[in-house]
Design a binder for this molecule. Structure first.
Ligand code: PLP
Length: 385
């Protein structure tokens, strides 16, 4: 019997070591990791630059608390805010905590309650972020939810026009819904969101927890569009595996998070900050992001050539290195079979196979993954010839 609450259905793979895009399990079997620890290890496993930064900090001090001035925190906040062209940062320890803080900040800053989120969204597992999430399966058994969330169909401009009003504190969205099934926000929809928020005095919160830190080829996915969010949240890839989350906001919001108004014992922990600083140093370089764009184009080409048209692949959606295949093949069976063939992938929504390879993935690794996907999907496709 396990002493862990059975909140996760665990795979049969038990990692022994990991480096770059590869995990080796305890039996010595090699896996190509196209999950990146669910969108976390954007620089692959154990990137040297991050390992060195953490080791340097390990040899200085580990934790002192946020009562102390920590120049490294200031520097990390500046780098993060600059990359989003915003002004202030609050460091937390996870995505849900960052979103929780964003929700608190939006309510306090506007004095309003209503927050609009979207069907199939995912914002976390705390009470407020679970309430914000537009998926019933996340909430089963925990009701009643916080009442202040209204869920609209994603990309539905009319629904939005009917709902955003002068009682709306914020509209909160993912530019690509990750957990919900790799659904991309449409350009026209985002324009209307932005315009309505401006008109009605509502804040625009963009959850960049899965889409941020270079995942889509820009520091943050909202930067593919003409958007100027009031708040964005980041986590996952920011620490390359060290737990960290961040709320990044505009200057006008700073005084609403004054002394004593919000806090976290571990938020901005020196080891996590060291990891985040080193991670940002690599990923936010224009050259690195150009490479991500090139790799994502290459992956797109290979997908079009080798996978589109296979019966039972209903749709394929991609922004940068965030890829989803809607499929009619039984997803748990497909994922297990891919693992058997040495490729780790993720589910999303109800019927979407999700790929989140490390941003450092090589062309050879992309080719290897495509070969495995092609042969396994063909084999399992009911209508395969
Ligand atoms: N928001 C989004 C878009 C996510 O994808 C996730 C996690 O998958 C979260 C929030 C919650 O992050 P965490 O699991 O770090 O609390």
């Amino acid at each position: 019997m396990s002493y862990l609450f059975p909140t996760y259905t665990r795979w049969e793979v038990e990692p022994d070591q990991a480096e770059g895009s590869v995990i080796i399990d305890k039996d010595g079997k090699r896996y190509l990791d196209f999950t990146s620890g669910i969108g976390v290890c954007n620089l692959g496993h154990r990137p040297a630059i991050v390992q060195e930064a953490i080791t340097r900090q390990l040899n200085r001090y580990w934790h002192v608390s946020n009562l102390f001035i920590q120049e490294e925190q200031e520097q990390a906040a500046m780098r993060l805010a600059d990359s989003a062209k915003m002004d202030c940062v609050f460091f937390a320890n996870s995505g849900a905590e960052a979103n929780e803080a964003a929700i608190k900040l939006a309510r306090k800053a506007t004095g309003r309650k209503k927050i609009i989120t979207f069907e199939n969204s995912f914002h976390g597992r705390t009470f407020a972020t679970m309430s914000a999430t537009g998926q019933d399966k996340i909430k089963t058994g925990y009701g009643p939810m916080l009442e202040t969330f209204v869920y609209l169909p994603f990309n539905d401009i009319e629904a939005l026009k009917n709902e955003v009003d002068d009682k709306t504190a914020a509209v909160m969205l993912e530019v690509v819904q990750g957990e919900g099934g790799i659904h991309l926000a449409e350009h026209a929809f985002l324009n209307v969101v932005s315009q309505l928020c401006e008109e009605k005095g509502a804040l625009l919160i963009i959850d960049e927890i899965q889409t941020g830190i270079g995942r889509t080829g820009k520091p943050f996915a909202f930067q593919h569009f003409q958007l100027s969010p009031d708040i964005i949240t980041a986590a996952k890839g920011l620490g390359s595996g060290m737990p960290i989350g961040a709320v990044i906001g505009k200057k006008k919001l700073a005084h609403f998070f004054g002394p004593g108004s919000h806090g976290s014992t571990f938020g901005g922990n020196p080891l996590a900050i060291a990891a985040a600083t080193a991670t940002m140093e690599v990923i936010f370089q224009a050259k690195f992001l150009e490479e991500v764009e090139k790799k994502s184009e290459y992956l797109f080409e290979r997908i079009c050539k080798e996978l589109i048209g296979i019966p039972d692949i209903i749709d394929s959606r991609q922004l940068g290195l965030m890829i989803g295949f809607e499929t009619s093949i039984d997803l748990p069976i497909l994922l297990k079979e891919l693992r058997n063939h040495g490729l780790l992938t993720l589910p999303a929504g109800t019927n979407v196979l999700r790929l989140l390879p490390p941003l450092t993935v090589t062309k050879a690794e992309i080719d290897e993954a495509i070969d495995i996907l092609q042969s396994v999907i063909k084999k399992h496709s009911k209508t395969a010839v």
